[in-house]
Design a protein around this ligand. Structure first.
Ligand code: DGL
Length: 274
């Protein structure tokens, strides 16, 4: 049996998570929803973020996903309980996965404003490293610039310098990319940090948990990272958005050359049976 893995994000960012799922599980079909009509999530109220998560996860459930991967840190931080209640299938989180894998006592977390304000990363890290110094910085400028598709924008570097300043001042040795859009900024962020600072993408820890989870549900076994035809396996994916498919394709194809066709969906047409 092969299960359908569902992922969602406000826009492009979750594709960085999808890419990792494909790298380890090239035969696993995925359904990705980018809620581009409502991006960015990170400046929304907690109430909005929770209501949106309920609607999106309900839609994914109706499409028959067998496992849900939270490809959005903001929803993970503020609406994990909503997603678990609505999904009816196992839900894999980014935040608890990465927090459990950290060993550093001086950690910076770059995230959306909503995630930073929630303190979810701090709590998750302190659950395993109670004395760790955690510097959380909300980065409201990043997502709109990334969604616009210009990863070379001068404003990105300007904003990155500002957001990294408190982390440099605290001499962190690990920076968590606590928004799924931010792995796209890895080259820029690395260039602004001392070489010994490690950048951590939470998707890596979460996707390491996916194999055992799929196996426990009776799915096909995981294959070795590195052997997977990453781009061609994307063709197995159904990519859906709530906004304009063409602008999503254009922005995604800047860094995802094999981007499959993108479909527009209307979540409100989903039959709310409960
Ligand atoms: N990529 C999402 C996250 O991981 C949401 C970004 C946003 O829409 O503000 O937090």
């Amino acid at each position: 049996m092969t299960l359908l893995v569902g992922l969602f994000d406000s826009g492009l960012g979750g594709l960085t998570v999808l890419r990792q799922v494909h790298a380890r599980h090239p035969h696993t079909p995925c359904l990705y929803l980018g809620d581009t009509a409502r991006v960015p999530y990170g400046q929304r109220t907690v109430q909005d973020i929770r209501a949106i998560a309920a609607e999106v996860v309900h839609w994914l459930r109706l499409q028959g996903v067998g496992v849900l991967v939270m490809a959005c840190n903001t929803s993970n931080a503020l609406a994990l309980d909503v997603a678990v209640a609505e999904a009816g299938v196992p839900v894999l989180g980014l935040i608890d996965s990465v927090a459990a894998s950290l060993v550093s006592e001086r950690v910076g977390v770059l995230s959306t404003a909503a995630t930073a304000a929630s303190g979810a990363y701090r709590r998750a890290i302190h659950a395993t490293l109670p004395h760790a110094q955690v510097v959380e910085v909300g980065c409201p400028a990043f997502v709109p610039l990334i969604e616009a598709g210009n990863l070379q924008a001068a404003e990105l570097e300007q904003a990155a310098r500002q957001y990294l300043a408190p982390m440099l001042a605290a001499a962190v040795d690990t920076v968590v990319l606590g928004c799924s859009h931010y792995p796209l900024l890895r080259p820029l962020l690395s260039s602004l940090l001392p070489p010994e600072v490690q950048l951590v993408d939470p998707a890596e820890a979460a996707v390491r948990r996916l194999g055992p989870l799929l196996a426990s549900l009776g799915d096909a076994p995981e294959i070795e990272l590195g052997d997977a035809p990453i781009l061609s396996s994307l063709q197995r994916t159904r990519l859906c958005v709530t906004g304009c498919p063409d602008s999503f394709s254009r922005a995604a194809s800047v860094w995802l050359p094999d981007c499959p066709p993108v479909e527009r969906v209307d979540l409100r047409l989903a039959d709310r049976a409960f």
